[in-house]
Design a protein around this ligand. Structure first.
Ligand SMILES: Cc1cc2nc3c(=O)[nH]c(=O)nc-3n(C[C@H](O)[C@H](O)[C@H](O)COP(=O)(O)OP(=O)(O)OC[C@H]3O[C@@H](n4cnc5c(N)ncnc54)[C@H](O)[C@@H]3O)c2cc1C
Length: 362
């Protein structure tokens, strides 16, 4: 491969940027033909310890290019509304899948991908051939840019870790409250769960400042007793929630992927999964273009077309989940809908499969 003409320059050093470099490797792009920015040795502690739920589809994609770290399998997702009887459970066994997904920490995923990348680049001379004159620049720096379309949900996520009294047996809980969704995800350590509690910004700030016992009591009221008593066992971190979609259309020679293209509300844990599908499909497309001798710089329009449906559907689903279930006026209807979803297995399984593999694949 002529690196100078076929090179792809990747801006960014997050999981999506590193996954793209690794996927491109499988398409025959040598280490000299891609340039990832240097990977930082240390991430901020709050980011490194943040839990990430990877769908089964993402897990399978990444397993092809990296040795993944210890992760907690999600065997069941339980969706419910606070104070309502309706609930639905999606089980991996119903779909004959080993798990619906896996939970791991951002830092351990980052290290695994960085390790795979440095092993791949060990034999390379340098990445300089894909410098400023690269045929194609991929923006994967996690920032949709100032011109992005913004939706403010009026919510702040309170992130923390709790230790439960009872085993959840691989259950991820998603509970919709009047203020926003509250999720508890199993972590690789027994009884330990990651909490993502979305609420009004003032309320989230107040909860973050409560003493540990008062906080645990409020959490128990909001979440219920499915895991017994919950003990706070970490710092509490606040993250304001906005959805941003990049508006600058991909132009010749420049393509944005991952959070640089769209940063979603974390409800349903779809942001990184969508970004990894961006990276995988871009690598596959560039592999085809290169094999047929076409200029990589001209791939932007074809990529935008190929990704339009999955991106639009995932953004719409995430926006809806973030807001619709908080409308108290329709809460009863939503609770009925959850109960119905629980009874209609094909619909429920189709919904679960869409979360596992992306919305276009089912
Ligand atoms: C609270 C929360 C929970 C989430 N949970 C899930 C989930 O369960 N499943 C899922 O699929 N997605 C989840 N997401 C979304 C997911 O984190 C992003 O979609 C994903 O990280 C995007 O990857 P990226 O490589 O495009 O960008 P980024 O991960 O933003 O990476 C871009 C670059 O910025 C660096 N970086 C970012 N912030 C800092 C900083 N402060 N200091 C130094 N370096 C920094 C990164 O290391 C990287 O180098 C969640 C997001 C939030 C806010």
């Amino acid at each position: 491969m002529n690196a100078a003409r076929t090179a792809v320059r990747i801006e960014g050093r997050g999981p999506v940027a590193m996954a793209l470099a690794l996927f491109l490797g499988r398409q025959g792009f040598g280490p000299d033909s891609t340039l990832a920015d240097p990977v930082p040795d240390e991430l901020p502690a709050w980011l490194s310890s943040r839990a990430i739920a990877l769908s089964l589809g993402s897990w399978q994609l990444l397993s092809r290019v990296a040795t993944l770290p210890a992760a907690a399998p999600i065997l069941q997702v339980e969706v419910s509304m606070r104070g309502r009887s309706g609930r639905t459970r999606m089980r991996s066994a119903d779909l004959h899948a080993p798990a619906l997904g896996y939970v791991l920490r951002y830092g351990s995923l980052h290290r695994a991908l960085a390790g795979a990348l440095s092993a791949r680049q060990a034999g390379a001379t340098s990445g300089e051939s894909a410098g400023a004159d690269a045929a194609l620049t991929v923006i994967a720096d996690g920032e949709p840019g100032a011109a992005s379309k913004l939706r403010d949900f009026g919510q702040t996520a309170l992130l923390a870790e709790v230790v439960a009294e009872r085993e959840g047996h691989g259950t991820a809980f998603e509970r919709f409250t009047d203020e926003g969704p509250l999720a508890l995800l199993p972590l690789p350590q027994p009884l330990r769960h990651a909490l993502v509690w979305c609420g009004h910004p003032d309320e989230s700030a107040r909860r973050a400042a409560l003493g540990a016992r008062a906080f645990e009591a409020e959490l128990g009221t909001a979440f219920g007793s499915a895991l017994g008593a919950l003990r706070l066992d970490s710092e509490r971190v606040l993250a304001p929630l906005q959805r941003k979609v990049r508006t600058a259309v991909d132009e010749t020679g420049r393509i944005a992927i991952g959070n640089a293209a769209q940063a979603l509300h974390p409800v349903a844990g779809q942001g990184l999964n969508l970004g990894l599908r961006d990276a995988f499909e871009l690598a596959a497309l560039l592999g085809q273009w290169h094999a047929s001798g076409r200029a990589l710089a001209d791939a932007a329009a074809a990529f935008a077309r190929a990704r339009r449906a999955d991106r639009a559907l995932t953004v719409a689903l995430t926006d809806t989940l973030a807001q619709a279930f908080t409308w108290s006026a329709v809460a009863r209807l939503e609770s009925l809908a959850l109960g119905t979803l629980d009874m209609v297995a094909p619909v429920r399984n189709r919904f679960a499969a869409s979360l596992m593999f992306g919305l276009r694949r089912v």
